[in-house]
Design a protein around this ligand. Structure first.
Ligand code: CMP
Length: 141
């Protein structure tokens, strides 16, 4: 069953470039409601845990270093068909392949520094949201 929620991070490149406000505006204008949101900075260890599914990949070490290199915004978003619609809004992982008008096309600088994260399934959205937020921090639960 779809939970109608997804999880996102505005990554260090986009946050550091001052694009967080513009990205949040795009997210809200696309119909997503903010359920929980915080500015935080991951430690290398926390980034490693969050991206543990990628630990066998050659980019894992660099990804963890990059994701812990500066502040991020973590957020839970709500909308019908949230996971799929959000992945459409952000575009392909590699900004070179991202469609015109997507967040990554507009704001990402590389496949690693790709501006935003979006969960790839309802199950991972729930796991990733709970990585950052307790039940009490979520609106409307
Ligand atoms: P994200 O959607 O957060 O999920 C995993 C992240 O790993 C991805 O965005 C990119 O930031 C990064 N990533 C995926 N593929 C590569 C790659 N080939 N080289 C470097 N980083 C990658």
């Amino acid at each position: 069953m779809s939970t109608n929620r997804t999880f996102t991070m505005i990554k260090p490149d986009a946050f550091g470039a001052g694009n967080a406000g513009a990205i949040l505006k795009m997210i809200e204008e696309a119909g997503f409601k903010l359920v929980a949101m915080k500015i935080t900075q991951l430690s290398g260890e926390a980034a490693g845990k969050f991206y543990a599914v990628h630990q066998a990949r050659p980019f894992y070490k660099d990804l963890c270093a990059y994701m812990s290199s500066g502040p991020i915004i973590a957020a839970i978003l709500e909308k019908e068909n949230a996971v799929a619609d959000f992945r459409k809004l952000i575009g392909a992982t590699n900004p070179a392949d991202a469609a015109e008008g997507t967040i990554r096309k507009l704001y990402a600088t590389s496949i690693e520094a790709n501006a935003v994260h979006g969960s790839d399934s309802d199950e991972n959205a729930a796991i990733e949201g709970s990585f950052f937020f307790s039940e009490m921090e979520k609106v409307g639960v």
